[in-house]
Design a protein around this ligand. Structure first.
Ligand code: G3P
Ligand code: CA
Length: 319
């Protein structure tokens, strides 16, 4: 999905800037939202500050008092759930332990041990100049992540929530069997660590949401959506209501608890329509202060950001 956004980025920037002319929540009274009312989510932990989807990034999210840790998962060749965004190894963020460059390889052809031999902390992601490398950082299995969280919670007496995404190949080739296997494995681990009541399973692949509701209806689900260029363009010129209504319908059809749209196209009307249908609204991925404030004014229920430090600052100011 990020590939899609990257390939369209100049267009998205244009559409994004234009849409700000049309998508404005300023007319809505800004509620005095308290921190506890807004689900602050650290995207990939804190991708803007530390290597994404690694323990240092999750620690950073915790440091800035995020309510929820957002993370991506892929099923490995040996059927383990690894925390990683792409379903291929990514030379932009990982390298071999000896510092040599890695080749792209499908995660479905690699075991967890093979993936954990990589150093995914030394390289600074060039898209995130404030990101501080943590050399030698390994990828985590979902079980290792929950073990670390449990240790941390015991010490700090704090309790965190989890927004866990299932990731599949970008070309849409995931079979029903793969979606089922991945989602069920994820649920097994959530149940094993007794975090059912504070976990959300999110996906762009809405089949995940059906499997999840069937397997354990107590786990919240979140339907993710990204508009195509054409849909973005229509919204930019003021004809986006069809798209907005269609994603609300899709989320409801899947019995989702949350709708998670691309942040630029969230309007007060969209939030109200979602709320009227019983859906919470948690847009992704919001990295600018002005947009965070705009979305709070729109009445969103949560915000997902690569910059928990900024999110913390903005929402504190609203208290
Ligand atoms: O939580 C939603 C957001 O993470 C979706 O985008 O591609 O960063 O996983 P992506
Ligand atoms: Ca994600």
């Amino acid at each position: 999905m990020m590939k899609l956004i990257r390939s369209l980025s100049p267009i998205y920037i244009f559409v994004g800037l234009m849409s700000l002319l049309f998508v404005n929540c300023a007319s809505v009274e800004t509620p005095n939202r308290l921190r506890k009312d807004i689900d602050l989510q650290g995207h990939r932990g804190a991708r803007g500050l530390k290597p994404e989807n690694t323990w240092p990034a999750f620690e950073e999210a915790i440091k800035y008092k995020m309510v929820t840790l957002e993370l991506d998962t892929v099923l490995t060749k040996d059927k383990r759930i690894v925390i990683h965004h792409d379903s291929e190894t990514n030379p932009v963020i990982c390298q071999n332990a000896d510092g040599s460059e890695i080749q792209k390889k499908s995660l479905y052809e690699l075991t967890l041990a093979e993936l954990q031999a990589l150093d995914c902390g030394s390289k600074q992601n060039p898209n995130f100049p404030k990101q501080v490398p943590v050399p030698g950082t390994k990828l985590l299995s979902l079980e290792e992540f929950f073990e670390l969280v449990q240790k941390h919670e015991k010490k700090s007496k704090e309790v965190y929530e989890f927004n866990i995404e299932t990731k599949f190949p970008d070309d849409g080739s995931a079979s029903d069997g793969l979606v089922k296997e991945h989602t069920e494995k994820l649920i097994q681990i959530i149940e094993k660590f007794k975090v059912v009541d504070r976990s959300t399973i999110q996906s762009f692949d809405l089949r995940t949401l059906s499997v999840s509701k069937q397997k354990n209806p107590k786990i919240k689900t979140s339907a993710l959506f990204v508009p195509t260029y054409f849909q973005g363009f229509l919204m930019t010129i003021g004809f986006g209501n069809g798209y907005r209504e269609s994603i609300i319908t899709k989320a409801k059809d899947k019995q989702a608890d949350i709708i998670s749209p691309y942040f630029l196209y969230v309007t007060p009307k969209f939030v109200k329509s979602s709320h009227d249908k019983g859906l919470l609204v948690i847009p992704w991925t919001v990295n600018a202060e002005k947009e965070m404030n705009r979305l709070v004014s729109c009445g969103v229920d949560g915000i997902i950001s690569d910059y928990p430090d900024l999110l913390d600052k903005v929402v504190v100011r609203k208290n």
